[in-house]
Each structure stands twice: as C-alpha cells, then as structure tokens.
Design a protein around this ligand. Structure first.
Ligand code: CP
Ligand code: NVA
Length: 330
C-alpha cells in the first residue's frame, strides 16, 4: 500500500509513476464523490496556510475549495500580509507556520524558497508555482488528458511556445513519469535546460515508462500526430519586461487553426493552463496586443473557444488534483 503521508509536493521529480497514478486515481475518486454528493471530509478540523507572492485565480481558489471539501480551513497569506521576506527569513517562517498549520501551500518566485520551506516546516509543503515548476498544474493536465484522450501512456503531448517556463518544465517531468511522448516546439533561445531534459530522460529510463522527449525549433514538426497541443503565455509572471523580446521570438509559434491542422488529426485537444492572451478583453492583453499590432499572442481566439479546447476542464480539475495531493500527504 502506497503511503504519501508527510511528503511535500515540490517538483513531481521525487515521486514514482505509481505514486503519481495514485494521485490521479484519488483525484478522480474525489471528483466523482463531489459530483454525486458523497462527502470527502477526510481531514475535518485541520488548517492549511496559503502563501502567495504572485497573483492567482485558479490555484488559490482550488486550494480553498479543495481544502473546504476535505473539511479543512484554508488561510490566505498574501505577500503584504506576513513578515516573510521582509522581517523574517524563510527558515523562521517555516518553523513558525509548521507549529500552527497542518500543511503549507506556497506560490512565488524563487524555487529555492519552497524547497527551504519544505526543509524546515515539519509539515507537508505544496508548490503552487515557482519560476521553475508548476506541479499541481501538471497533475490537473494529466487528469484532463486522461479524460479527453482516454489514455496517458503512449499519448503524444506537444507543447508550443516558451519551452523552458515552469509549465513546460513540469509537463516534461510528468510526461516522463507517465509514459507520454512529449515534444516541444520552441526557438533555440527558449529550449528547455539540457540538464532537465537529461533528468527527465533518466526518469523514463529508470521506471521504463516508454516516454520520449523531443525538442525541435519547428512548431509544425512538434505538433505532427499530437493527441494534445498545449501552450502557455509567452511572458510569465515576473518577466513583464520581456514582452518585446518574446513576441519577436514567438510570433510564429501561435497555436492557431493552421497549426492545429498540422496535427493531421480531427480531435486533437487544445490545452492551456490559463490565464491566456487570446483576445483584447483584458487590460494587459489590450495594451500589449495593440502596441504590437497583434490579434492574439500564444493562441488564436477561435482555437481557444473551439470544440476541441479543454481549457476550462483543466481549470476545474485543478480542484480535485490539488485536493488529492492534500488528502494523500496529510
Ligand atoms: N493556471 C494557474 O495556475 O492559474 P492561476 O495563476 O490563476 O492560479
Ligand atoms: N507560466 C505562467 C503560468 C501561469 C499559471 C506564469 O508563470 O506566469
């Protein structure tokens, strides 16, 4: 019997394929229970802390609703609410919060911060996104692909865009663990870190998952025969000074109908972790798109709202996958 009690959830790299599959099976069960009115209150009376240095809609709300569904209280601690990083070190904050809470979520900039929190807290720490990894997102994406493509092993997931951001890194890790064929179409300047590619290949080899990783410059080549095409923003949180450079590098990497046709399949699913720059209906989107004379950035509006787009199912699945991670580690 697998037991994940007390474990932190930081990159996914330290979990075995069996453990990751258990997280997905648990998520599915929690989701079925919720949808059929069966209570999931396995952790009544517990309290979790949610630390956010960066903004969030999905992750924050998924932790709150997931915690509530398990019978717990979730306390939001924004960057201006606590002493962390100003009057108190990460280590001391971890030691304090670990005495008060049953688990700690952290979203922020440096990945080292979440590692240090986990080192000293004495309770499970869950990574809600750092500059390098977004593991709760990767888990929700796998549940969504399983639901819509039907299988994970042997499925072809193509990622197009910024090939070295937190979401892309995580998709490469989780694909390696679960036996997907992961291909990334990205310019040379944004190739994933070769050390991480090697680490992922080593995971696939260690567990004999059959996963492959392909890094190419041509987005059309990356998506050929894909079962799922994934993209994310061209400029991640904390990189807001890079719009000009990224638009120059990535303008030919937009996921649009042309690119979807290159999959040579009719039912290839479109995925995006959200939020997305697909129209001018946001303040930042309007400003940037008008400045650079674009209709959309990483995905065209018609693909975003197409029948093959599963982006809102991904968002919904954030709740049950995060809930599963909390349920299993608490
Ligand atoms: N996908 C995701 O993490 O969304 P938020 O930034 O809204 O949490
Ligand atoms: N790569 C994006 C993901 C947002 C959920 C960012 O870090 O901003």
């Amino acid at each position: 019997m697998l037991n994940l009690k007390g474990r932190s959830f930081l990159t996914l790299k330290d979990f075995t394929p069996r453990e990751v599959r258990l997280m997905l099976e648990t998520a599915k069960q929690l989701k079925n229970n919720k949808l059929t009115g069966v209570p999931n209150k396995h952790h009544e009376g517990k309290t979790i802390a949610m630390l956010f240095e960066k903004t969030s809609t999905r992750t924050r709300c998924a932790f709150v609703t997931g915690a509530r569904d398990l019978g717990m209280h979730a306390e939001f601690l924004g960057k201006d609410d606590i002493q962390l990083g100003k009057k108190e070190s990460v280590r001391d904050t971890a030691l304090v919060l670990g005495r008060m809470f049953d688990g700690i979520e952290f979203r922020g900039f440096s990945h080292d911060t979440v590692e240090e929190l986990a080192k000293y807290a004495g309770v499970p720490v869950w990574n809600g996104l750092t500059d390098k990894y977004h593991p709760t997102q990767g888990l929700a994406d796998m549940l969504t692909i399983k639901e819509h493509v039907g299988h994970l092993e042997g499925a072809h997931l193509a990622y197009v865009g910024d090939g070295r951001n937190n979401v892309a890194n995580t998709l490469m890790i989780v694909s390696s663990l679960l036996g997907l064929h992961y291909s990334v179409g990205t310019p040379k300047e944004l190739f994933p870190d070769p050390a991480l590619v090697e680490e992922c290949r080593a995971l696939a080899e260690k567990y004999q998952t059959g996963a492959t990783i392909r890094v190419v410059e041509n987005p059309y080549e990356a998506v050929t025969d894909a079962d799922a095409v994934y993209t994310d923003v061209w400029v991640s949180m904390g990189e807001e000074d890079k719009f000009e450079e990224r638009i120059r590098l990535l303008k030919d990497y937009q996921v649009n109908q042309d690119l979807m046709l290159a999959t040579r399949k009719n039912n290839t699913k479109f995925l995006h972790c959200l939020p997305a720059f697909h129209d001018k209906n946001t303040k930042v989107g309007k400003e940037i798109l008008e400045k650079y004379n674009l209709d959309a950035m990483e995905v065209s509006d018609d693909v975003f709202y197409s029948k093959n787009s599963v982006v809102f199912d991904q968002a919904e699945n954030r709740v049950y996958t995060i809930e599963a991670v909390m349920d299993l580690t608490l």
